[in-house]
Design a protein. Sequence first.
Length: 122
Amino acid sequence: MEIKINGAEIAAYPAPDGFTVTTLDLDDGEASGRTTDGTMTRSRIAVKRQIQMSFSALPWKTTSALLQQVKDEYVNVTYPDPMTGKYETKSFYVGDRPALVALEDFDGTLWWSGVQFTLTEQ
């Protein structure tokens, strides 16, 4: 699976351990809702993608490189899109980026476990 961030292979190559693409419908909040008889009326204004990635144990250097790749306000991500059936490149912003546990191995290398983040299409 090919995943690129701003044209470069994802730092945690070859791929994240968890990878979920969600297709989001965005509705106009004022024009969407339910009528008094419970019928839903909606005004879809856009269809966007959201990508969730998670990684198991990564060495500190790789964790840092990965988090550096998504540090900007917006990043261009190339990913396999399940709806279009091809690789797409879109502009995303990133949410919180927890790195849950740091462990040190026998040679003193720090490993970060539970690194994860969500990218939402701009």
